[in-house]
Design a binder for this molecule. Sequence first.
Ligand SMILES: Nc1ncnc2c1ncn2[C@@H]1O[C@H](COP(=O)(O)OP(=O)(O)O)[C@@H](O)[C@H]1O
Ligand SMILES: [Mg+2]
Length: 407
Amino acid sequence: MVDVLFLGPGYPAEMPHFVRGLAEVGARVIGVGDQPLDAVPWMARQAMAHYVQVESWADEDAVMRTVHDALRGRNVDLVETLWEPTVVVAARLRESIGAPGLGVRQALTFRDKGLMKEALAHAGIRLPYAFRATTADAVRQAAARVGYPLIVKPIAGAGSLDTYRVDDPGELERVMPWLAHIDEVSVEEFVDGEEFTYDTICAGGRIAHFNICEYRPRPLVGKQVEWISQQVIAHRDVDAPGLAGGRAMGEAVIAAMGVTSGFTHMEWYRTWGGEVVFGEIAARAPGGRLVDLMNYVSDIDAFRGWAEAVCYGSFSQDTTRRYNVAQVIKRAQGEGRISHVEGMEHLLSIMGEHIVNVDLLAVGQQRRDWKQVVLSDGIVVARHPDLHAVYAMADRIGTDLQMYASW
Ligand SMILES: Nc1ncnc2c1ncn2[C@@H]1O[C@H](COP(=O)(O)OP(=O)(O)O)[C@@H](O)[C@H]1O
Ligand SMILES: [Mg+2]
């Protein structure tokens, strides 16, 4: 029996599925979380053999002490986590326990976009031209060297927060005060083009399964314009010529980062001229329900597949790709509570057989903060064997389905 210490079993929302997957492949799970046990979702609670509560993830030294005290006399074979803020502390626990997998140095290389780029530049990966800066003057100097348009963003960022496209020095001065609360930023060449993911499950030192999603439009645009219904399209035909460069880059990046087991989530750009440029990579599963999309492409259970991969170094599910899958993220018009939803019946009547998930806020629920929350006021997911059919359905869901809110 494999004993797995799993950090963060209850949050974010996907985590209980990974814990469930571990239990299903026969692992014994010790959960570590900052929630009281009864706040952990039932699916995870049912799948754990034991639970250790820590006060806060923010104090890593305290987490180390609490976990070590709680584990005295217990066996631990693996330490796993799939949430960005716990990637480094998981590596610290691995090293202190002597468990295999990502060490602290490697984990830091994933967390710090500057270190990441140094490691990848070394391996010959095409990166955006960039400088790191900790002061306003350093930002100005970096901007002068990079040129315009450029991007400024936190070195340790997430979810496109505090990320700005800047078109000229005047705009840089206007943006600067908004960066004051950030310790260190990256000032980089603005890479114009389309944006994709390359997500993998590695097992036994090789890439056992991967998935490519396309963001329509680019996340930064979707984050700035409220009326946009952001789409994420999981591609069926990963052998398409337009994706070959991203796949090759993905494989080279996995090798350079030294990943041997578990999930990775990479983002890459394809310029209008067809050049492939690296975006970022994380040592965890993609968020925003992208694992669900992976599942809908091949009718697999990637949560369980991940568990098999980390516990036994294998991935035995049939990953034949049958569908392109579109997730469309909806935002209500107006503020306050959802008052009504228009167009769903019509969409179901014309494409119902292709819609695999509808998860929208219900009438009466409070609207979410679309600047802070990736999935805004809810999602609709459709799939079809043909890519152009899926684009067309996603666009119809974007325009014909409307949610309204009022006080
Ligand atoms: N150098 C760049 N050129 C063009 N767009 C960028 C660049 N860096 C970031 N962006 C945009 O900002 C978004 C967020 O940046 P990213 O590096 O992915 O950080 P995170 O997702 O962790 O917030 C990207 O998805 C992309 O749309
Ligand atoms: Mg990103």
